[in-house]
Design a binder for this molecule. Sequence first.
Ligand SMILES: Cc1cc2nc3c(=O)[nH]c(=O)nc-3n(C[C@H](O)[C@H](O)[C@H](O)COP(=O)(O)O)c2cc1C
Length: 212
Amino acid sequence: MDLSDFRKEYSTKGLHREDLDADPIQLFQRWFQQATELSIPEPNAMTLSTLAPDGFPSQRTVLLKAFDQKGFTFFTNYQSRKAQHIQANPKVCLLLPWVTLERQIIIQGTAEKISTAESLKYFMTRPRESQIGAWVSNQSEVITSKKILLQKFEEIKSKFQDGEIPLPSFWGGYRVVPHTIEFWQGGPSRIHDRFLFTRMTDGSWQIDRLAP
Ligand SMILES: Cc1cc2nc3c(=O)[nH]c(=O)nc-3n(C[C@H](O)[C@H](O)[C@H](O)COP(=O)(O)O)c2cc1C
């Protein structure tokens, strides 16, 4: 198989300045709606990049669970590798790769923990098994076998029996407060469209077209 033959001509009509909202969150909302309507599998799956204290970047997929004017929220273990990175350096990057739509969105921002009340509200909506799962995994730690996890799952299950599963203190949401948001739309002959929104100190957004 020769990957150099994998080449797709992007066919969309492009993204024009007049298509943009002054507010990138509104444009994000529109694109997200379209991704949902076009049945993109898991349109809320995004790559989260963090920087380790030794300078190595690291990435993983997380699920976007909410977005609004305040930012983009995902949930995770507060003791995980990503959480340790965020604690040392809250500057992160998110990437939503909607390749079947010939689109990508890249968000640079600062991650901050959401309130316990907000995390609890979301935790209560999770299926019981996922709630137990949050208790079970010391995310990112080295383990000797999967058996340990399965045993712990059964222990936690019987500990809480049929009662409500409480929110673990080590689990919750992060909100990425955006500093920049880039919208990328594929075009013919590799003449793609890129618009970069940068948040100004007064809260308004500067919009620049970038070369593809
Ligand atoms: C489709 C998909 C969705 C995922 N969603 C989440 C998520 O929302 N939160 C999370 O903590 N991990 C999620 N994961 C697992 C992460 O990619 C990662 O393995 C885990 O968070 C540990 O990352 P870390 O060791 O860098 O902290 C998801 C993985 C995939 C493939």
